[in-house]
Design a binder for this molecule. Structure first.
Ligand SMILES: Nc1ncnc2c1ncn2[C@@H]1O[C@H](COP(=O)(O)OP(=O)(O)OP(=O)(O)O)[C@@H](O)[C@H]1O
Length: 275
């Protein structure tokens, strides 16, 4: 059953310091099933973050719609009730939990704050349950962000998002700042969350190898456009678009052929502007 339906999302940023307007996203459409996982990949500047921010309502789209469980999110407007409704449907985890977590709050204070706003009738042991869910013990209850490692902070950020009981979780470069071994642990945690809670994931990253680990479908973006979209296995095995082939060739991993990168960049240059 389709849980998240994204239809024709578009965003153009106006002129800045004399520069021409930027088409950050144009006509982006995809769907995610309940409990499914979709990746949005592309190089820096391809428009991934703009799409992620439009999903959660941080950026207003110029065109298109985001529908979760049959309810169109942007139609509800920008008032407090609409924001709460959106927050309960879809949550986002950012790249840098150090800036996204309130430095003054302990882990307990941070989670209590979210529960008070979104689930005031949650049971007393909910905070303990959330910490268990993200693999952090009760001993972290009194820790503040600066006392935690990057991986632990990201676990708190995930717990904070889960506290709302969202249907969809958007992760924008959520493991990019972490060491590879910590990345692997957070990816394993996300898989577990998806399987046990049935939450749908939208995983935004420049790293195709990481996205391939946790998703069952991938949208490839280049200069604001969706140049290719397919099931993860098919896309990784038989990428059709030269840009996807280039991204794959630049990702160290099995079958990595650095000499193909230049060749593919050249091939892709031929199709630029005509994704
Ligand atoms: N607030 C803004 N005002 C003007 N232009 C913007 C704004 N935000 C993003 N852009 C531009 O829109 C384009 C897409 O940016 P976006 O951040 O969505 O890409 P991205 O793929 O997420 O890149 P990165 O991984 O570097 O964040 C870029 O050209 C960027 O400069």
């Amino acid at each position: 059953m389709t849980l998240l339906q994204v239809q024709g999302l578009g965003k153009t940023y106006g002129e800045r310091r004399g520069a021409a307007p930027t088409v950050a996203a144009r006509d982006i459409s995809f769907t995610v099933e309940a409990g499914g996982s979709l990746g949005v990949v592309g190089e820096s500047g391809s428009g991934k973050t703009t799409v992620a921010r439009m999903l959660v309502g941080l950026t207003s789209p110029d065109t298109g719609s985001v529908t979760i469980d049959g309810v169109e999110l942007h139609r509800a407007g920008r008032g407090r009730a609409a924001r709460l409704q959106r927050a309960r449907a879809i949550q986002m985890v950012f790249q840098d939990p150090y800036t996204s977590l309130d430095r003054r709050l302990t882990v307990e204070g941070c989670l209590r704050d979210v529960l008070r706003r979104h689930r005031p009738s949650a049971s007393a042991n909910e905070i303990g349950k959330l910490l268990d869910q993200v693999g952090l013990g009760q001993r972290f209850l009194t820790s503040r962000p600066h006392e935690l490692s990057g991986g632990q902070r990201q676990r708190v950020a995930i717990a904070r998002a889960l506290a709302v009981h969202p249907k969809v979780l958007v992760l924008d470069e959520a493991v990019s700042a972490l060491d590879v071994s910590v990345q692997a642990k957070i990816l394993a945690l996300l898989k577990e969350i998806r399987e046990s809670l049935g939450i749908a994931l939208v995983f935004v990253s420049h790293d195709l190898a990481v996205v391939g680990e946790v998703t069952d479908r991938i949208v490839v973006m280049y200069r604001g456009a969706d140049v290719e979209q397919d099931d993860t296995d098919a896309l990784l095995r038989r990428p059709q678009h030269p840009y996807t082939q280039m991204l794959l060739s630049s990702a160290p991993g099995p079958g990595w052929q650095p000499e193909r990168v230049g060749e593919l960049r050249a091939a892709f240059a031929l199709t630029e502007g005509r994704p």
